[in-house]
Design a protein around this ligand. Sequence first.
Ligand SMILES: *Cc1c(COP(=O)(O)O)cnc(C)c1O
Length: 449
Amino acid sequence: MERNNLKVFEEALTRLEAGFDNLPAFDDSVDLDALRPVLMQVAERLHDNFPYHHPLYAGQMLKPPHPVARLAYWLAMFINPNNHALDGGRASSAMEKEAVAEIAAMFGYPQHLGHLASSGTIANLEALWIASQERDGVILASEQAHYTHSRISAVLRLPFESISVDKHARMDMDALETRLRTGDVSCVVATLGTTAAGAVDPLHEIIPLARKYGARVHVDSAYGGYFTLTSNLGENARQAFDAVPHADSIVVDPHKHGLQPYGCGCVLFADPAVGRHYKHDSPYTYFSSDELHLGEISLECSRAGAAAVALWATQKLLPLEKNGEFARGLEAGRSAALEWRERLDAEGWRVAMPPELDILLFADSKFDSGSITRSSNAIFKRAAELDLHLAVARFPKALLASWWPDLAWRDAEVAVLRSCLMKPHHAEWLPAIHERLQKARDYLDRPDK
Ligand SMILES: *Cc1c(COP(=O)(O)O)cnc(C)c1O
């Protein structure tokens, strides 16, 4: 765990303090003898985690924040601004607007209304709520969309229906048009980067269809949004990301692929006029400014100003540019996923659809669905004992059957191994990762097992 940067942190803290040195001093010291054992306990307790920060963790969507995000967040916490209202956090509100404008520019929105939220769930909730305010009707999302959409719809009491997917785990366009034709659709949710498989719904085809039938389009790219910066996408994903500027709203999670600590989602609307739906008349909020502040365009009230400061700092160090260092990091993860798939395929593992982002699905070379499920779970466990951390995901027969025509299906779904290669380091660690995977399988294939 890198700590050289703590020296720079001290310097920055001194600089922060200098801004308030006109104030009389007060004592806010703590008793170090009391603090030390508690902090040591915290360090001990935190041992009980998978090593999310290490390249051998290649399972779920977990990626450590960039050191600059960690330090900027910490620095801001000495002030602890609240981005609910301008008077709760002037600097951090301005930094949020700047950082959000850079995200809007990354997606090619010519104008926008947007803000950070505490998560992708809340950001999506705001988008579906605005959709329902703009247009009555059903919310549609694919069967592979995040479960949050059906649950949010239930919370908002909006009717929700799912649309089937094709063999690439993308929303099926024939099924979508059939449903749109029957009318009464408020909004189609297109997922660019599904949580299970990293599939990209064909937004470039969804938008014209939705427009034809008068529905709105919301893009959920909580996981995948930043991939719009990469230069090594396949054709479908590239076209989908290029269509984003024509969608009504978009969600991206800086706390997934944007190198931020948890507590950082983002929602953007193409039409700034939707701000009118947020109108409220709070007798509590300090309205000392005439400017529209963040509390007037978001559903949440108190929010970490520190999250905005961390994001702003990260985007200063690693601008959201094509061919920039940040984009290259995403490209490395995607290349690693493609390379690993080829290797697994060549060595007789079962692979399914080629990854559209950096998420890879694979399974041992068994011949019936039950054996695949058992071996995925066993390899997952054994690999963890060898310090390689993967994930397991269940998929329906309908999605995988055409990839594995020789497989005997005795179940409606099958569990496969899943790996999110989110860290730039994953590319160079691939040989070490693959070696541990093989060891796990070889161990389980021993006759006495
Ligand atoms: C992670 C994710 C969400 C939920 O976001 P949280 O930040 O975990 O609340 C929604 N949609 C997609 C596609 C996701 O990957």
